[in-house]
Design a protein around this ligand. Structure first.
Ligand code: NAD
Ligand code: UDP
Ligand code: UDP
Length: 318
């Protein structure tokens, strides 16, 4: 009989996790989605419930989890600044205790485990674009530190479990990702700008708007994650996954206004503390090792995202 792999996705009811669950089910795998629903929503995976190979479990990864699996995608962690700063201690616990528990689970079951790390490990970078060799410039005691340092410590744990216990690890450094199923009140720039433009509210541009980000459409990102998981065992990463197209936040605001046909005004708000000035991935390694590169241009990814938010907003209003 054909062997069906059992795959655990922590944070599987979140934005990226839900697309990942969907794609993994399409490959014929059994998928166990574990989520505490802090920022994730049942509605993100409601369409998967009918699938007999899909299972969902409410659980917080800061507590031990005993299940039998072949692969683990550790996606659990709030990703938007307003959410990860809401309960910063829980954010650090999610990254650190969550990593320890999932690595303990991987050690016992001999499962391969992939960590959703982040470009935030580079902090406010002195090197541009960011390569994996760069160690980063992170404030250890600021308001972003619970997220940045939590993710950095998780990377340390991954490499120590690999060296000390031979756990098969994969570390993906994910750059800003966007698409449908982002939470409308998520507070991240793409969701904020689109929701504001659609409602005719002011577009809140923080600082002078010259800071840059590089935005990857979610389908490209999920493709990269699955390629990384299925790469040879000696490929541990870290590997940058992101779209190298770099835009200032002012350019993004203008693009959103153009695509929505909105007449919202752009207003300036204070730049949050420790906000990175620029960010762009060097994806040479992903190209070479995974034969992966993003295919969706910002404009082409913004259109379906705007469609999704249009439907979401009309539902909220009714
Ligand atoms: P998200 O907030 O939509 O998803 C995170 C999910 O984790 C949610 O479903 C949430 O309920 C769940 N979760 C949080 N704490 C948990 C806990 N203690 N136990 C169990 N579940 C918990 O965010 P996302 O954008 O889908 O991000 C997914 C992962 O990718 C995160 O680890 C994030 O750090 C990483 N990442 C995302 C981006 C991005 O731009 N979206 C960039 C870099 C890294
Ligand atoms: N753990 C888990 N599921 C398992 C195996 C371990 O949640 O299937 C947890 C376990 O409770 C421990 C952590 O993972 O807190 C680390 O496990 P490890 O075996 O590395 O450490 P130890 O149990 O020796 O402290
Ligand atoms: N930003 C903005 N207006 C908003 C939300 C965010 O100008 O309404 C800016 C923010 O200051 C940052 C960039 O957009 O420079 C990306 O912010 P986000 O929170 O999406 O992601 P991160 O800072 O974690 O990359």
């Amino acid at each position: 009989m054909h062997y069906v792999p059992r795959i655990l996705v922590t944070g599987g009811a979140g934005f990226i996790g839900s697309f990942l669950c969907e794609r993994l089910l399409e490959t014929g795998a059994e998928v166990l989605c574990v989520d505490n629903f802090f920022t994730g929503r049942r509605s993100n995976v409601a369409h998967l419930m009918e699938n007999p190979r899909f299972e969902i479990m409410r659980h917080d990864v800061t507590f031990p989890l005993f299940v039998e699996v072949d692969q683990i995608y550790n996606m659990a962690c709030p990703a938007s600044p307003i959410h990860y700063q809401f309960d910063p201690v829980q954010t650090t616990k999610t990254s650190v205790h969550g990593a320890i528990n999932m690595l303990g689970l991987a050690k016992r079951t001999k499962a391969k485990i992939l960590q959703a790390s982040t470009s935030e490990v580079y902090g406010d970078p002195d090197v541009h674009p960011q390569q994996e060799e760069y160690w980063g410039n992170v404030n250890p005691i600021g308001i972003r530190s619970c997220y940045d340092e939590g993710k950095r410590c998780a990377e340390t744990l991954f490499f120590d479990y690999h060296r000390q216990h031979d756990v098969k690890i994969k570390v993906a450094r994910i750059f800003n990702t966007y698409g449908p199923r982002m939470h409308p009140n998520d507070g991240r720039v793409v969701s904020n700008f689109i929701v504001q433009a659609l409602r005719g509210d002011d577009i809140t541009l923080y600082g002078d708007g010259q800071q840059t980000r590089s935005f990857c459409y979610v389908s490209d990102l999920v493709d990269g994650l699955i390629r990384l998981m299925n790469s040879d065992d000696d490929v541990t990463g870290p590997i940058n996954l992101g779209n190298p197209g770099e835009f200032s936040m002012l350019q993004l605001a203008e693009k959103v206004l153009e695509l929505t046909g909105s007449s919202s005004k752009i207003v300036h708000k204070p730049l949050p503390q420790d906000d990175p000035r620029k960010r762009r991935p060097d994806i040479t390694r992903a190209k070479e090792v995974l034969e992966w590169a993003p295919t969706v241009k910002l404009e082409d990814g913004l259109r379906p995202t705007i469609e999704y938010f249009t439907a979401e907003i009309s539902q909220l209003a009714s």
